[in-house]
Design a protein around this ligand. Structure first.
Ligand code: NAP
Length: 436
């Protein structure tokens, strides 16, 4: 007879779905899995819904894979259920043969500089879910009434944020940008966006496909100092043959520097070797003070020189940390684990909650697969059937099942159709819960 195990996966983002897929793929005649996926929001897909930039619809097509996983026999969705509030890790461990935590890293790291709390200073961890219709971020007041924005960080999130602010908003009309954000962007006074990295171009965390898109922007000129890129190229080449990815990045930056500038009203400016020291302003953001760095013997050091950029909004995109869930051990913004196993528990962790906020969506597939291999190896005797549904209904939880989510999904898509958009996202929980 087949051994049938019950696994709870908490977090319906890429890492959670790829963990479910790995378990589904490891099934044999002798080994079966029933998977319950628990998600805090009434909607699944995690960063594919609330992180990926709306002007990157191709990246979101991975949701089709998630839906295939979700409609495979033995899979159930329990959305609108929050771990730590509606159900605890201990309770899940009692009910399931194994628990997989895939809750990501949703809060932005702090710069830790004076002025960071001034009105007009935001984290990308708030700004990105705001424009992506995450219900917890809808009410954030983001004024786009100034001419200049500063984005801090030289990674792909900084790039997404800068592009969203610098694009001609008409280009977003056929995307799934939250309606409140689209309206604000249409009324935005921002015309100049400065994107600032503290190290050199050779150290930037941008990836080249994202850089290569920039010269193609029709309504935004993108400026990078060619001399700075050439110097970076020389420094990096002096250390030996350039790794492929680095060469591709620096080539892409050179292409941006060399691209014809059309004198457009909208512009993006890249600054490197610029450490933010202070955000200044009288009751709101007015300028950012940067320390100028240089690279010496491969090290980034301060020159003690500074410069300022006058601006009305600052968005820091410098990485993320996990929000702590009671009962789980944390260290350096992620869950303590050994190869994905949480010590002393029957729980595992995958994705950004496991390894920190790095890698693209696909990175989670191999990562989750490895952790699920370990989970399968460690399985003991199957437990008796779990009663999650009963426990949650006793507590008055309003569970969004896969079937209900499919109705929400269909509703959003049908609202988008006449507008030429992939969907119009619902933003209020009660609206989502009201779709029957
Ligand atoms: P990231 O790639 O780690 O970049 C973070 C940036 O913040 C780095 O440039 C880092 O500089 C800088 N930084 C950190 N602390 C700082 C400080 N105190 N002051 C100034 N700068 C600071 O992180 P991310 O941009 O949040 O992206 C997370 C992951 O998601 C990445 O793997 C990214 O590629 C991925 N992602 C992919 C896409 C896409 O495929 N289109 C889109 C978005 C995100 P140092 O290097 O000097 O530390």
């Amino acid at each position: 007879m087949a051994s049938s195990y019950r696994v709870a996966i908490v977090g319906a983002g890429p890492a959670g779905y790829f963990a479910a897929q790995a378990l589904q793929n490891s099934q044999t005649d002798e080994l079966k899995f029933a998977i319950d996926m628990i998600e805090k929001l009434p909607t699944p897909w995690g960063l594919v819904r609330s992180g990926v930039a709306p002007d990157h619809p191709k990246i979101k097509t991975v949701a089709k894979v998630f839906e295939k996983i979700a409609t495979t026999e033995g899979f159930r969705l329990f959305a609108n259920v929050e771990l730590g509030k509606d159900i605890t890790v201990d309770e899940l461990e009692e009910m399931y043969d194994a628990v997989v935590i895939a809750t990501g890293t949703s809060q932005g790291k702090k710069l830790g500089i004076p002025g960071e709390e001034l009105p007009g200073s935001f984290s990308a961890a708030d700004f990105v879910p705001w424009y992506n219709a995450h219900p917890d971020y809808v009410d954030i007041e983001i004024a786009l009434d100034c001419e200049t924005a500063v984005v801090i960080g030289a990674g792909n999130v900084a790039m997404d944020v800068a592009r969203m602010l610098a694009l001609e908003p008409k280009e977003l009309d056929t995307t799934d940008t939250a309606e409140h954000a689209l309206e604000q962007l249409h009324n935005s006074a921002i015309r100049k966006v400065h994107i600032c990295g503290r190290r050199g171009p050779e150290h930037a965390a941008f990836t080249s496909p994202e850089l290569r898109e920039l010269p193609k922007l029709e309504h935004t000129d993108v400026h990078i100092d060619e001399h700075q890129i050439n110097q970076a190229m020389e420094r990096a080449s002096a250390e030996g043959e350039l790794p492929k990815d680095l060469k591709s990045n620096l080539d892409a930056m050179q292409a941006i520097a060399g691209a014809e500038k059309k004198g457009l009203e909208r512009a993006m400016y890249f600054h490197f070797l610029a450490t933010p020291l202070e955000i200044r302003g009288d009751g709101k953001v007015e300028e950012v003070l940067f320390g100028i760095n240089k690279v010496e013997a491969g090290k980034v050091i301060s020159t003690n020189e500074t410069f300022t950029i006058k601006c009305g909004i600052v968005i820091s995109a410098i990485g993320y940390e996990a929000v702590e869930i009671p009962g789980l051990p944390y260290e350096k913004g992620k869950i303590q684990n050994t190869d994905g196993k949480i010590s002393g528990r029957s729980s595992y962790v995958v994705g950004w909650a496991k390894r920190g906020p790095s890698g693209v969506i696909g990175t989670n597939k191999s990562d989750s697969t490895e952790v699920m291999k370990l989970l399968v190896e460690n399985l003991g005797t199957p437990k008796s059937p779990a009663e999650l549904e009963k426990k949650l209904s006793e507590r008055g939880s309003l569970i969004v099942t896969q079937n209900q989510w499919e109705k929400i999904n269909a509703h959003e898509i049908s609202k988008g159709e006449p507008l030429g958009k992939p969907r119009v996202k619902l933003v209020q929980r009660n609206e989502m819960l009201g779709i029957k």
